[in-house]
Ligand binder design. Sequence first.
Ligand SMILES: [Zn+2]
Length: 478
Amino acid sequence: MAESEYQTVIGLEVHAELDTASKIYCGCGTAFGGEENTQVCPVCAGLPGVLPALNRRAVEFCVMAGLALGCEINTYSRQDRKHYFYPDLPKAFQTSQFDLPLCRGGYVDIEAGGQAKRIQLTRIHIEEDAGKLIHGPAGTRVDYNRCGVPLIEIVTEPDFSNAGEVYAFLEALREILLYSGVSNCRMEEGSLRCDINLSIHREGEPLGTRTEMKNLNSFSAAKAAVEYEEKRQRQVLAQGGRITQATLRWDDARGLNYVMRSKEDADEYFYFPEPDIMPIALSAAEIQAIGARLPELPQARRRRYRETLGLSDYDARLLTSAKAFSDLLDEAVALGAPAKLCANFIMGDITRLLGEAGLPPERLPFGGAALAELTALIAQGDLSNSMGSKVVESLFAPACAGQSPKEIVAAKGLSQVSDQAALQAMCRQVIEENPQVAADYRGGKTKAIAALVGQVMKLSRGKANPALVNQILADLLA
Ligand SMILES: [Zn+2]
């Protein structure tokens, strides 16, 4: 049987760490990278006799994520204990949600391989993270700092058919969670990670036996693991073998999956309702109030940029690639700035200078008001585009901290020369110094004027108004 006759079916379970200040059932902090076992108390260490208290913010963030992803929010939901034994879980059960999750349904629209596709979600629920095992030469230590850090688990329907779709989904999901402000989605800190279920079958036949790949912590690892497992299963079946149910772990360094354990079913977790935490009841008004805190999401912003601001699809995508960029544009445009000019500065000088300074977009040292003032100076003809770049450079310079574009232009003498007399003098000088070019132009090579304009710009150190220079040169050479 040829490998190509098989179809791949993939479903994901994505865990996103919620960006709350404290853990889900106690007041311990959630900061990443603290010294081992310094963010632990009797509650998150699972000591007997303690009582958990649910972090309201974690519930709100889960609802926000659900609303951003088009889910139905359950007005009544409950927490359950999921039992398993592992040294990183001191309670020997994880408090999660089983049959009454906070959110049901929902979807993420993706584009992969030039095709638009809607990936349906099954549910989103809240749960707690486990601790971390640290393996060393002297043995294994356990760090409980992550124990009780709030997570949401986003479960998809088995809607994916290849690695490209998985990658596109993770990117789109990350973008929505970042815009919603519920998770910082830092994959290198484990804030976003996913489990992947994969099976293959022939068209028209029942689904195949699936394997589960655990804890993929980068988009590229998820893609590589899917490609590897898809190929492996095809080869096993092609050779007449059988797929056995297994939990796998991806080894990024070696580029392969290895078997962690052979079988795992929901009934082995002995789920039962958490008796120490009240069910979560939310009124429609409460859900609405939480939803009102959601900002405009990236897809809606891209549509608005195309349809209302007249920007290209390419520009709209780049501008929404970071919420800070999109917010900057919106702030400047709200102050009357021309959208395209702002977009050019954001995607050009601002992106370049952030890169050189090693700063993320959120740490941009100025806001939309400065960008609006800068673009207004250019639109009014008081500043050339190239001088505008110099102003942006100054806005990044510590020496100019707190200065507005107008103040920088005044202090550095960057203002564009539109004075007719001054420009005419410069144009005459350039024509005199370049007799051959002038002769070429007069002889019919009209493109030669560009060289003269360039010379005048150089002479004025970039301050001349190029449109005006062009006009004066043409008049003088006529
Ligand atoms: Zn604690």
